[in-house]
Design a protein around this ligand. Structure first.
Ligand code: SF4
Length: 358
């Protein structure tokens, strides 16, 4: 997805651009709610079938004991969340889970490991997982933390389609949430993954005590990358006992919808993923998020370690809203969707922020 020049984008706000200012984005965020939603929904319809939502499936291949100190995460070894750590799963077990996901309609399989970065010996196993899942005919996505150029090359050669690496929040608020790595390191990993030719999944978490300007700044950072992330997960914090953010003030649901709408407006051709936190959302709130431009969810009973609405509940919600599953991002464009009437369902990822996952 190549971004157009500012001159082109001035003529058409359904076209991606990467020259957003904080002031401009802040003004959009503060629009009267109905105006904001109308604008987001209009842009959404210009780029996507508004009644199709991608369904993503996620597996934790290595849980807990993480060296990072992300304040939202139950998997950090720094926090007393009580989560039991486990070793990297065996390849065959991961493939058995992937087969089940495929039988359930998933076309993409996302695997997350609670690492600061993988060790060389871990990479042998992870590469075998990617190759195995690819051999099942599924798309692959991984989230493993920071990567060396060698790791990136190995994942690319193994056929990895997507890499998830969230920026979590604004640069200003970042050090309030994480101290063991920097915002700049996140951006560096994302840039090198993109340069290697893999698709990027990157978003953040809201409801961590950040203010409106932080939410806007986070989206400005993502929207001003040379290429927008192909997928933008927006997580609502699941406040987990024992983590530093266990008592964080919940975000106003209307502000959550505003964040989704702003992501849709600023990254018009990216998949905006309604990620962690859906168990705390009413059907009506989720419906507003879909209207505002969210077009992907995680399915299954769990994310990486937290609860998620079960598929029955999601199927019922989709039926109530007249929404269908989408089997591939290649079918995202309305014209492309017209050319592929066999869309059924799908799957997708993420950690680092493991929030959706935490
Ligand atoms: S979010 Fe990812 S990197 Fe951060 S502590 Fe959790 S598992 Fe580790």
């Amino acid at each position: 997805m190549l971004n157009r020049s500012p001159a082109q984008s001035a003529r058409d706000d359904t076209v991606p651009r990467n020259d957003w200012t904080r002031a401009e984005a802040g003004q959009l965020y503060a629009l009267p709610f109905n105006d904001l939603l109308f604008r987001a929904a209009t842009i959404h319809r210009a780029n996507f079938d508004p009644n199709k939502v991608q369904r993503s499936q996620l597996l934790s291949i290595k849980t807990g004991g993480c060296a990072e100190d992300c304040g939202y995460c139950s998997q950090s070894a720094h926090h007393a969340s009580g989560l039991k750590a486990s070793k990297l799963m065996e390849v065959e077990r991961v493939l058995a889970e992937a087969r089940k996901a495929k039988a359930g309609g998933a076309t993409r399989y996302c695997m997350g490991a609670a690492w600061r970065e993988p060790k060389a010996r871990d990479m042998d196993v992870v590469v075998a997982m990617v190759q195995g899942v690819k051999a099942l005919g599924m798309e692959t996505c991984m989230t493993l933390g920071m990567l060396t150029d060698t790791d990136i090359g190995r994942l690319k050669d193994a056929g990895l389609d997507y890499y998830n690496h969230n920026i979590d929040t604004s640069e200003r608020y970042y050090s309030q949430v994480i101290t063991t790595r920097t915002f700049a390191e996140r951006l560096d990993t994302i840039a090198r993954v993109r340069e290697a030719g893999m698709k990027v999944c990157s978003g953040g978490i809201v409801g961590m005590g950040e203010n409106e300007a932080d939410r806007v700044d986070m989206l400005v950072t993502l929207a001003n990358l040379d290429e927008h992330p192909d997928s933008v997960p927006i997580n609502m914090l699941i406040a987990i006992p024992g983590t530093p953010l266990e008592n964080a003030e919940p975000i106003d649901p209307i502000d959550f919808v505003r964040t989704i709408a702003l992501a849709r407006i600023m990254m018009p051709r990216s998949f905006v993923r309604l990620s962690a936190g859906r168990t705390a959302m009413s059907d009506e709130l989720q419906a507003l998020c879909f209207f505002a431009g969210a077009n992907s969810i995680f399915v299954g009973d769990t994310l990486l370690t937290t609860d998620n609405p079960g598929e029955d509940k999601d199927d019922a919600l989709f039926r109530r809203l007249g929404i269908e599953g989408l089997d591939s991002e290649a079918h995202a464009d309305p014209q492309a969707a017209d050319a592929h009437h066999d869309c059924t369902s799908a799957a997708d990822v993420g950690c680092h922020g493991h929030a959706r996952s935490a």
